[in-house]
Design a protein around this ligand. Structure first.
Ligand SMILES: C=C1C[C@]23C[C@@]1(O)CC[C@H]2[C@@]12CC[C@H](O)[C@@](C)(C(=O)O1)[C@H]2[C@@H]3C(=O)O
Ligand SMILES: O=C(O)CCC(=O)C(=O)O
Ligand SMILES: [Fe+2]
Length: 382
């Protein structure tokens, strides 16, 4: 089960970028040297390498976090080894206690991840008008600073795509230009590897919860009409933060993901933070060889609140370029989102009204990031 054999024919035909340290250590060092020796060349280098350069007036519109609190790196992020027999118990524990965990021994080939990430970096390095040819995110396409359509902004640029192969090939020409064919298969293979791993995790969840039908969650992602999304986020370094003492800017404001589950990979940059049950924000140490899993709102509902979707956010900074790729596992539009009957104790009632994913989704997409989107779907609310 853990040696997923995917044929990735293009892997050998591509130059293999070394993304171990894909935070451009070299570029960063160069930037620092240039800044000291020649501020003009420094700015030119940034314009060429960092794509979106922030200017002071623009920065005023972003939420700069400069409170100098030391970053708390959480030590207790659960790490689940998918090849171990205790995985199902640990996954359930992590979903109950934090709604967030990291998986290792996941079976997704590192080359697949690296290739996609380096293609993404190439895309984000294109001139702005070229990136906009990908079509502006409303909601799908290239987005820059605006997140959603209700006024949220962040220090971010991104590609938001449907995860089905037809959509990817339809959009790939405008997004990836000449390298589209290879890229298109890399992205489709990445998505199918992620889907397979996500289903494996959801089956562990079902087993760990003692549900007989172990594909009760995973089947929602494998159905033809599943509503899964794929997102690549880029948080460029924000040079104007460099003079500040403890500089951070909101890259992606706090929110929960509305789907069932989200699977995140990032380069070696910090920035992701999760909110623990006591409300403290903790920074998630990056790990390029692992995936991070978020419980989404829909899984919260399907477990009648036993699992809680995790609040998270991303802080960008003055130095590092963060690249993250997230697969969002969503059910078909007409799927009823409701507690799994076998999970309910005798006499236990659903905490939520009846609704479909389509109804939830339209409500979510009218909301701001920070809003508690499930509130209107709780029993007892208007
Ligand atoms: C402000 C928004 C962006 C978002 C749709 C929303 O109206 C509220 C939820 C946001 C979110 C968060 C998780 C995913 O990144 C996302 C694609 C999703 O399904 O819900 C985004 C939406 C988006 O960026 O369009
Ligand atoms: O970019 C990240 O690391 C997380 C972004 C996120 O939470 C999202 O896209 O929903
Ligand atoms: Fe998210």
């Amino acid at each position: 089960m853990h040696s997923h054999a995917h044929p990735f024919p293009y892997l050998n035909s591509l130059p293999q970028p070394n993304l171990q340290n894909h935070n451009n250590l070299a570029i960063q060092t160069l930037q620092l040297n240039l800044l000291l020796s020649s501020p003009t060349s420094f700015l030119l280098l940034l314009a060429a390498s960092a794509m979106v350069v922030c200017s002071k007036p623009e920065l005023d519109t972003f939420s700069v976090i400069n409170d100098c609190k030391p970053t708390t790196f959480v030590s207790e992020i659960p790490v689940i080894d998918l090849s171990k027999s205790d995985a199902k118990t640990l996954v359930v524990k992590a979903c109950e206690e934090i709604g967030f965990f990291k998986v290792i021994n996941h079976g997704v080939p590192m080359e697949l991840i690296s290739i996609l990430e380096s293609e993404a970096v190439k895309f984000f390095s294109l001139p702005q008008p070229r990136k906009e040819e990908a079509g502006l995110a409303n909601p799908f396409g290239y987005g820059n600073k605006r997140i959603g359509s209700n006024g949220d902004i962040g220090w971010i640029e991104y590609l938001l795509l449907r995860s089905n192969p037809e959509f990817i090939s339809e959009r790939s020409l405008s997004i990836f230009g000449e390298s589209q064919e290879m890229f298109c298969s890399a992205i489709n293979d990445y998505i199918s590897a992620l889907k397979m791993m996500t289903c494996e995790i959801l089956e562990l969840v079902a087993e760990g919860l003692g549900i007989e039908q172990i594909n009760v969650f995973s089947k929602l992602l494998t159905e033809e009409e599943s509503d899964c999304l794929f997102r690549i986020n880029h948080y460029p370094p924000c040079p104007d933060l460099q003079g500040l003492s403890c500089p951070n800017v909101i890259g992606f404001g706090e929110h929960t993901d509305p789907q069932i589950i989200s699977v995140l990979h990032s380069n070696n940059s910090t920035g992701l933070e999760i909110s623990l049950r006591d409300g403290t924000w903790v920074s998630v140490p990056p790990d390029q060889s692992s995936f991070f899993i978020n419980v989404g709102d829909s899984l919260q509902v399907m477990t009648n609140g036993r699992f809680k979707s995790v609040k998270h956010r991303v802080l960008a900074n003055g130095l590092n370029s963060r690249v993250s790729m997230i697969y969002f596992g969503g059910p078909p539009l007409d799927e009823k989102i409701a507690p799994i009957p076998s999970l309910m104790e005798e006499g236990e009632e659903s905490l939520y009204k009846e609704f479909t994913w389509s109804e939830y989704k339209s409500s979510v997409f009218k909301a701001r990031l920070v809003d508690n989107k499930l509130e209107n779907f709780e029993k007892g609310s208007e």
